[in-house]
Write a protein that binds this ligand. Structure first.
Ligand code: CP3
Length: 342
């Protein structure tokens, strides 16, 4: 691998500068993505086309010179593979016709998911991208965390409160665990297949972690995340639990290499809680990229100066917003690349 900074940082090995990549780097911030996107009917046509997925995965590597590629796909391919078809509605987001609210609904789900059969298009995109990358930078595979996928399966769409999902934790705990366990098993098979096809590191996105209490997170999320982490050996795993500030001591005990941090988490404080045994990833507020050059440079340097070890991967604290000017992204990336680790 020509540039394996990401893998080295994830494993806690020596690095001479911090690696950087950006959550949602393959997407609407790039005019080149918008061109590919407008050549197909909808988002799903893109996601199910391995050649086009490969093209848009490579765009940020070529244009932004990031230290990793992340396979272009979506976390929602997993509920779909389990039996819940979704649509991505323009300007609105995901929409599922069927949702899981009862034992009877649970029976709708396939009891066994053949990953090669149901998600072969993602695996093919990974193989193709791996070949085209030609070992320039590592390729990141990903999946949604069981809790976040659970939220979409119960709710059937995005939500401000995810109250149907949280309701089930009180009203039908047994079904909640049954569904979380089912999602976990599919996710493990899916991530292992991604690794077999060439993913060099995998990230688990728990986008809705922050709506649970520490106690609920400990009961309904941590054990499933642990099952995923322990099922994967030899390939670095990153857990990104957005908003789970109170659960950081529990996340620190997971068998993973890296914890992703959102912008509300403070590096120094998290480092104290987590210790030196984990790499931390993040966590610039994506809104910093709306400010001018000097503010972007100084906020980025402030973040880098807060790192007291080499166990860091630089990223934003959440996915980049689609209306961000990619020239601003370049300022962020160049500031990191020219920063010397003291
Ligand atoms: O560059 C990358 O990061 C790879 C691609 C990627 C997408 N989605 C493509 C996408 C990744 C890693 C995701 C993860 C994802 N998807 C998450 C977890 C990360 C997070 O943001 O918290 C979640 C919650 C989803 C579900 C999802 N997908 C929603 C709610 C939406 C609609 C809102 C939105 O952001 O547009 C999507 C659509 C989506 N996924 C787009 C892209 C590029 C935009 C749709 C389009 O181009 O038409």
């Amino acid at each position: 691998m020509k540039n394996d900074l990401l893998i080295k940082a994830a494993k806690g090995e020596n690095i001479n500068r911090y690696p950087v990549w950006i959550m949602r780097q393959a997407g609407r911030i790039l005019p080149e993505y918008r061109a590919v996107r407008s050549s197909v009917k909808g988002f799903k046509e893109l996601v199910k086309n391995p050649e086009l997925c490969c093209d848009v995965t490579l765009q940020p590597v070529d244009i932004l010179d990031v230290d990793a590629a992340i396979i272009f796909s979506d976390i929602l391919v997993v509920p779909e593979a389990m039996g819940l078809d979704y649509e991505m509605i323009e300007q609105k987001g995901p929409w599922f016709e069927k949702t899981i609210r009862s034992e009877k609904d649970f029976e709708l789900l396939s009891s066994k998911v053949d990953i090669e059969d149901r998600l072969g298009y993602v695996l093919e995109a990974i193989s193709l991208t791996k070949k085209e990358l030609n070992d320039r930078v590592p390729l990141i595979g990903f999946a949604g965390a069981p809790w976040t996928i659970f939220c979409y399966m119960i709710e059937g769409k995005g939500s401000k409160t995810f109250s149907e999902s949280r309701k089930m934790l009180y009203t039908n705990r047994e079904l909640a665990h049954k569904l979380l366990d089912r999602i976990t098993n599919v996710t493990i098979d899916y991530l292992k297949a991604q690794i077999a096809h060439g993913a060099d590191l995998v990230q688990v996105f728990d986008s809705w972690a922050g709506i649970l209490s520490r106690q609920q997170y400990a009961e309904f999320c941590i054990p499933y995340l642990e099952k995923i982490c322990s099922a994967i050996s030899d390939t670095p795993v990153t857990i990104f639990s957005k908003g789970a500030i109170l659960s950081l001591p529990d996340l620190a005990k997971l068998n993973c290499n890296t914890l992703g941090l959102d912008w509300n988490m403070e590096i120094e404080g998290v480092r104290k809680l987590v210790g030196e045994s984990k790499t931390l990833q993040g966590n610039l507020d994506p809104c910093v990229l709306y400010s001018d050059r000097s503010a972007i440079e100084s906020e980025t340097k402030k973040l880098l100066n807060s790192f007291k070890s080499t166990r860091h991967i630089v990223n934003l604290g959440h996915g980049i917003y689609p209306d961000t000017d990619f020239e601003k992204v370049k300022i962020f990336i160049n500031t990191i690349k020219s920063y010397e680790i003291k």
